[in-house]
Ligand binder design. Structure first.
Ligand code: PPS
Length: 285
């Protein structure tokens, strides 16, 4: 049955607000350049944060682009309708984000030399963040109660499918040292240190002073004020900031304010079973 709000792509829900058959074709046929850089995330894991961080690491810490170009234009989503408008205009290295699982990446991605950064976040906080996002974004279904939304999340009936499928798909790649793994929690704990590690992965250098500036700029309290990144440019009828802000709390562990002990047991049981044998260890385990 045709869904009003979502396109179903290889079984994954993609919002029609910013995904079309054409945009997904563009994604599939995208010709990857050796210098391209991908930032991959399951939704609500720190995508917007990376759209702020990466351009600054690549340009030596010049704040001009992140303060003058909207995040979806400076680091576009490869699968979204806006990619075709903005990607061709970017100078190398082109940087883009994607919520796609690894097996759906454009066929030339794995044989290319393009690099990828994968950011993961505690799925309990992903769930909480997504719950509020569904309340404020008119292009998404009403989430219902928190428990109802958790059931949908665990069943993978949410944007881009199951969280566990996503993280597992990106751990089992043949990308070798072309991929760098980082977590939202590491950025929260030591942003400067995480930026230094990403700089090394990207083969870039930055003065201590520039690194201080970038770190300060990318703190939640400062990014929240950046109109090019806080989604205040989006009309209220599309994202209703009176219900929730896109840059909402920006902390690790907000799930503790939302999970009862019963919900925590249920959530842990499903996630642990699905990650069993994967060999993946996360800092929140
Ligand atoms: S989306 O819709 O997939 O693009 O969302 P995404 O950007 O991946 O995730 C949104 C959450 O990331 C938080 N965020 C930050 N946290 C800390 N510091 C900084 N600088 C930052 N920037 C974005 C944002 O607030 C959302 O998390 P919650 O928990 O809802 O606050």
């Amino acid at each position: 049955m045709e869904d009003k709000k979502y396109l179903i792509y290889h079984g994954l829900k993609c919002p029609k607000e910013n995904h079309t058959l054409e945009s997904l074709k563009y994604f599939e046929n995208f010709q990857i350049d050796v210098l391209d850089l991908f930032c991959i995330s399951y939704p609500k894991s720190g995508t917007t944060w990376m759209q702020e961080i990466i351009p600054l690491l690549l340009n030596g810490g010049d704040l001009t682009p992140v303060e003058s170009i909207p995040n979806w234009e400076r680091v576009p989503w490869l699968e979204e309708t806006r990619a075709v408008l903005f990607l061709d205009k970017l100078s190398a290295p082109r940087t883009m984000v994607s919520h796609m699982p690894y097996p759906l990446m454009p066929p030339t991605f794995s044989s290319s030399k393009a690099k990828a950064i994968y950011i993961a976040r505690n799925p309990k906080d992903v769930l909480v963040s997504s719950f509020y996002f569904h309340q404020m974004a008119s292009f998404l279904d009403d989430p219902g109660t928190f428990e109802e939304f958790m059931d949908k999340f665990l069943a993978g009936q949410v944007l881009f499918g199951k969280w566990t499928d996503h993280v597992k798909s990106w751990r089992n790649t043949d990308l070798g040292d072309r991929i760098f793994y980082i977590t939202y929690e590491e950025l929260i704990q030591d942003l400067r240190g995480a930026l230094e590690r990403m700089l090394r992965f990207l083969g870039r250098q930055m003065s201590e002073e520039a690194l201080d500036r970038v770190t300060e700029h990318c703190l939640f309290k400062n990014m929240k004020k950046n109109n090019m990144s806080n989604y205040s440019l989006v009309p209220q009828e599309v994202m209703d900031s009176s219900k929730s802000h896109f840059l909402r709390k920006g902390i690790a562990g907000d799930w503790k304010n939302h999970f009862s002990p019963e919900l925590e047991d249920k959530f842990n049981a499903v996630i642990q079973k699905e990650l069993e044998g994967s060999g993946i260890n996360f800092p929140w385990d």
